[in-house]
Ligand binder design. Sequence first.
Ligand code: PLP
Ligand code: COI
Length: 363
Amino acid sequence: MNATVFVEVVPSTNPLKEGQRKKLLEDPGFGKVFSDHMAVARWSQDKGWHKAQIVARAPFQLDPASAVLHYGQEIFEGLKAYRGKDGRILLFRPEANARRFARSAERLAMPELPEQLFLDCVKELARIDAAWISQGDDASLYLRPFMFANEAFLGVRPSREYIFCVIASPSGAYFKGEGKPVTIWVETELSRAAPGGTGAAKCGGNYAASLEAQAKATKNGCDQVAFLDVVERRWVEELGGMNIFFVLDGKTLVTPPLKGTILPGITRDSLLVLAKEAGLNVEERGYSFDEWRADAASGRLSEVFACGTAAVITAVGQVRYQGGEFTVADGKAGEVTRKLREQLIRLQRGETNDSHGWVSVVA
Ligand code: PLP
Ligand code: COI
């Protein structure tokens, strides 16, 4: 059942005309424009993974009883294909996404997708839709692998049929405002993930659970929501779609530890490595909202930034919560944030020596 599954490439007979594509690529925003193709593979109990193909992007036909529509059995990933200055198409640590996808599948009682099949689908899609990948520090082709339960059955048990798919979306910056620091809403009532729950998995349900808090953040003039732990409602965990780092005294990086309730970000992991190499002190430890406020008031807190595939590294300038607000240092992007961002972007675009073997050349 786990024999190598080959990906058949069936090019679209009706790709978008060059002029229309170029127009869309001028200002794609995030997650609104889609490329010509998608990867699809299917799983059933008797056949395992089969029928893996790259085909023209098209809607699915789903039975209204499909399990995903009722019980939310769905997982996803997010990674980007970049075009280097030399024209090469590059991926950043796609194996880490494949591994995290496998872990998410296990937590949602879904069949494991062989890492090789994940990688083949992602790479073939980036190759066939390479014309959708622009150059530039904010430009990329955001790749969204996902898997969902499509057995038509209303009993509550793991589905016996699944679809794996990868779509691609040419993207610019996630936050509007070209690197302007964002404002964070610290949510003190609504929770995202509990110990023993699915917080460490990348499943749609976690994001559904975060939306009311995100709407509250927006209502309060904030760009993103930060969640606290559910047990003590003290410890900072992560944002709705990003991990978070605090910079103390300009030289110590603090980020919450991975205890099963936050997503083990690949950007987070990469920055921990890069920061250590840059001689910064790195601490993965609990950081409470009280400590955050106290450090901001005393001036110890020099910078805060959010990080993730979509957001890259984004400075946090302002913090709001029920009953107050404060500014992080002078409210501008600090030096550590700027340097790490620059270093990561250069690395992802193949412009610096890839000493960790993190960059995959796709074409
Ligand atoms: N935390 C959450 C909830 C996310 O959705 C993401 C984005 O994928 C991250 C953290 C950052 O993860 P990564 O750096 O792997 O993109
Ligand atoms: C990502 O950074 O890839 C994410 O998944 C965050 C968000 C767009 C859901």
